[in-house]
Design a binder for this molecule. Structure first.
Ligand code: IPM
Ligand code: MG
Length: 361
């Protein structure tokens, strides 16, 4: 098979982790008889430095022409980087929001699971972590507060800011369908998370999710208020299978979910539209404080590449091979600094990439 992949190294540790994920994917291609055509595009701060904007039209067109996009991370240190002296719509994050919208990537899948080998890193009490967990947050990604109208004004000398949270039923329905479809391939449980005791948009969310649920009688649906969900994620994460939620709640809960795994450097994500196209990126950020030191953990990006093989190319065998290599490397005792513990061998980003590629078979 010929795979046309656009890569977005981005900022901070992005270029380092993408290089390792490419190394692993190239090894997969070599082992399984595929060819990959790579094209790099600029986004975020890297694009601002060259073009003055965080995403150009040409970059969007190049991404659209590919089968899938592999991204590292974007953004810098807001306190020190000149990118953050630009108006909000010209900052690195605006590029990410713009590409999600331009490619209609409305479904964001963020799996969070506790690796047996890394259980010691889990910050939860042993009686909770012992039960393990394997959940997936299905976050709506192109609507809600992040895309509603916003403005800041001054009225009678008083500054005032407005953001708007809008959803229509079609936007809710299509993400709910994605949530139920993926639940069917997992433990068949959907927890729909909203704030229906306060927000109209949440009441609509709940009613549309119930309509969709009627088409999936084999999947169990429950509703949970977002504040309660934040609490349940640290109290009893094993209760969850698929958490289906809107854009901002998903943004917040997915950081929490990744933290309770104790290894944010391990968690991949996929952003999908209605076709096979997807953008794949680690759940973590650009970590500018450790950029360029060869100490970042490339595993989340490598696992994002595995999601790409699975969702965009239907190459399940190849995706399994990548996930197996990750397990094997952990079992063999290799760790990057973020997941290192006594008795393990500390390796850098590049060496971790080499070790993973060697284990592709
Ligand atoms: C994420 C990030 C982004 C978001 C930012 C960088 C705009 O936090 O992917 O979770 O809020 O979606
Ligand atoms: Mg976030």
């Amino acid at each position: 098979m010929e795979l046309h992949i656009v890569s977005i190294p981005g900022d901070g540790i992005g270029p380092e982790i993408v290089a390792e994920a490419k190394k692993v994917l190239n090894k997969v291609a070599e082992t399984y008889g595929h060819t990959i055509e790579w094209k790099d595009i600029l986004m975020g701060g890297a694009s601002i430095d060259v073009h003055g904007v965080p995403l150009t039209e040409e970059a969007v067109e190049q991404a659209k022409a590919a089968d899938a996009v592999l991204m590292g991370s974007i953004g810098g240190d807001a306190a020190t980087s000149p990118w953050y002296r630009l108006p909000p719509e010209k900052r690195p994050e605006a590029g990410l929001l713009a590409i999600r919208k331009a490619l209609n990537l409305f479904a964001n899948l963020r799996p969070a699971l506790l690796y047996e080998e890394l259980a010691a890193a889990c910050p939860l009490k042993e009686e909770i972590s012992r039960r393990g967990f394997d959940l997936l947050i299905m976050r709506e990604l192109t609507g809600g507060l992040y895309f509603g109208e916003r403005r800041t004004t001054v009225e009678d000398g008083v500054r005032r800011a407005v953001d708007t949270l809008v959803y229509n039923e079609n936007e809710i329905r299509r993400i709910a369908v994605k949530g139920f479809e993926i639940a069917r391939k997992r433990k068949k449980k959907v927890t729909s998370v909203d704030k229906a005791n306060v927000l109209d948009s949440s009441r609509l969310w709940r009613s549309v999710v119930e309509e969709v649920a009627a088409q999936y009688p084999d999947v169990e649906l429950s509703h949970m208020l977002v504040d309660n969900c934040a609490m349940q994620l640290v109290k009893d994460p094993a209760q969850f299978d698929v958490i289906l939620t809107e854009n901002m709640f998903g943004d917040i809960l997915s950081d929490e979910a990744s933290m309770v795994t104790g290894s944010i450097g391990m968690l991949p994500s996929a952003s999908l539209n209605d076709t096979k196209f997807g953008l794949y990126e680690p759940s973590h950020g650009s970590a500018p404080d450790i950029a360029g030191q060869d100490i970042a953990n490339p595993i989340a990006t490598v696992l994002s590449a595995a999601m790409m093989l699975r969702y965009s190319f239907d190459l399940d065998r190849e995706a399994d091979a990548v996930e197996r290599a990750v397990k094997k490397v952990l079992q063999d005792g290799y760790r990057t600094a973020d997941i290192w513990s006594e008795g393990c061998r500390k390796v850098g980003c590049r060496q971790m990439g080499d070790l993973l590629a060697e284990r592709i078979c």
